[in-house]
Each structure stands twice: as structure tokens, then as C-alpha cells.
Design a protein around this ligand. Structure first.
Ligand code: HEC
Length: 180
């Protein structure tokens, strides 16, 4: 390395100028650093901003949920109905007048199975229970109630039956498979 009278330095026989970096270049450099820091702060340390994939996933989930809820016989809609105290009470009234003669006043079982234990012959999901109620098992002594009480009451009495989960009232002996 040797100095040249014009202030140029020579490295490996190449004369190099030692100019300041242009301001537009520095502006882009520091600008992108600032932007990156701001971006990291906004997207990775707070919940206020969501990245596009997160927004997309949240939108898809919301859409799936609203579609499922719009279908009154979906699993989601039936479990939402269990949270609706009025619907469950209405279902309980239907149960007392229509079902208690075979399943007992509190669904503990009589001729029909105990609906408060965890044993199920035909499945324990909302859809299973609704199907049992609506279509029945005529050959086993469970009438089809769908056409008799209508869709609305069938769903509400399903919500009532689902609300009994975990009650385990002493009554008819377990029938079917245990479902937790
Ligand atoms: C005439 C008697 C009778 C009446 C009334 C009756 N059920 Fe049943 N129910 C039965 C019998 C018997 C079974 C068992 C069917 C089998 O063994 O497959 C049954 C099965 C069921 C099941 C399926 C249980 C399981 O373990 O999978 C549900 C749910 C049910 N009934 C709900 C109702 C509801 C709700 C009503 C009123 C709307 C009702 N039942 C009215 C006799 C009756």
C-alpha cells in the first residue's frame, strides 16, 4: 500500500478512491434496517398485526365455523345448542312428555337405555344422538321421532340429552360401548 499525491491509495497496483458512500445508498441501508426493526416489532412482538398467512388461516377458520353453525344439524351447531339454556329446557320438556315413559323421568333408563351414563349403543356425538332420535330403531322398540316432533324439537331434545353427559344417574344397567 502506498499513498499517492492525489490522496488515492494503491492496493495491489490498483488506485482506489476513498469516497463517502452516497447519501441515497446510505438512506436505503439505514432505511431498510429501521424498517426491518419496525417490522419485527410489529409482527413478532405484538398481537396487533398478523402476518398474511395468519390472517388467511383465521379467515378460513371463521368461514368454516360460520358455515358449520349455519347447518343446524352439524356437530358444531348441536354443541352450541347445548350452551343455550332455553333450548335445553325446551328439550327437557319434550323429553318429559315424549321420552320419559321409556327412558325414565331423568333419562336414567327404563325400557330404553340410560342416557346419562357413558355407554352408548349407537354413538354419543351430537349427530349420532340426533340420528337415534330422528330415525329411531323400530325393531328394537325406539320409535322414529323426527316426523312426530319435528326438526326443531328433535334438535332441542338432542341438546338436552347431550347436556346430561357425565351425570351418571343410577338406573338401567350399561348398554353398548363406553364412550368418553
Ligand atoms: C317406546 C319406548 C321409547 C320411547 C318413547 C323413546 N325411546 Fe329412545 N330408545 C328406546 C329403546 C328400546 C332404545 C334402544 C334401542 C336399541 O337397543 O338399539 C332407545 C334408544 C335411544 C337412544 C340411543 C341410545 C344409545 O345408547 O345409543 C337415544 C339417544 C334415545 N333413545 C333418545 C330418545 C328420545 C330423545 C326420545 C323422545 C323423543 C326417546 N328416545 C323415546 C325406547 C324408547
Amino acid at each position: 500500500m502506498s499513498a499517492d499525491p492525489n490522496g488515492l491509495r494503491k492496493y495491489d497496483d490498483i488506485l482506489e478512491e476513498d469516497n463517502h458512500l452516497p447519501n441515497w445508498w446510505l438512506a436505503i441501508l439505514f432505511g431498510s434496517m429501521l424498517f426491518a426493526f419496525g417490522y419485527w416489532l410489529a409482527f413478532h412482538t405484538t398481537d396487533t398485526f398478523q402476518s398474511p398467512p395468519e390472517v388467511y388461516r383465521a379467515d378460513v377458520d371463521a368461514l368454516k365455523k360460520s358455515r358449520a353453525l349455519a347447518n343446524p344439524t352439524s356437530e358444531e351447531a348441536l354443541s352450541a345448542l347445548v350452551q343455550n339454556a332455553d333450548a335445553v329446557t325446551e328439550g327437557q320438556n319434550v323429553f318429559k312428555t315424549t321420552c320419559a315413559s321409556c327412558h325414565g323421568q331423568n333419562a336414567e333408563g327404563l325400557v330404553g337405555p340410560n342416557l346419562t351414563d357413558k355407554f352408548w349403543i349407537h354413538g354419543a356425538s351430537g349427530k349420532d344422538v340426533l340420528k337415534s332420535i330422528a330415525d329411531g330403531y323400530a325393531d328394537k322398540g325406539m320409535p322414529a321421532w323426527g316426523a312426530v316432533i319435528g326438526d326443531d324439537k328433535a334438535r332441542k331434545v338432542t341438546a338436552y340429552v347431550l347436556s346430561l353427559k357425565g351425570k351418571n344417574l343410577p338406573g338401567k344397567e350399561p348398554q353398548g360401548q363406553p364412550i368418553d
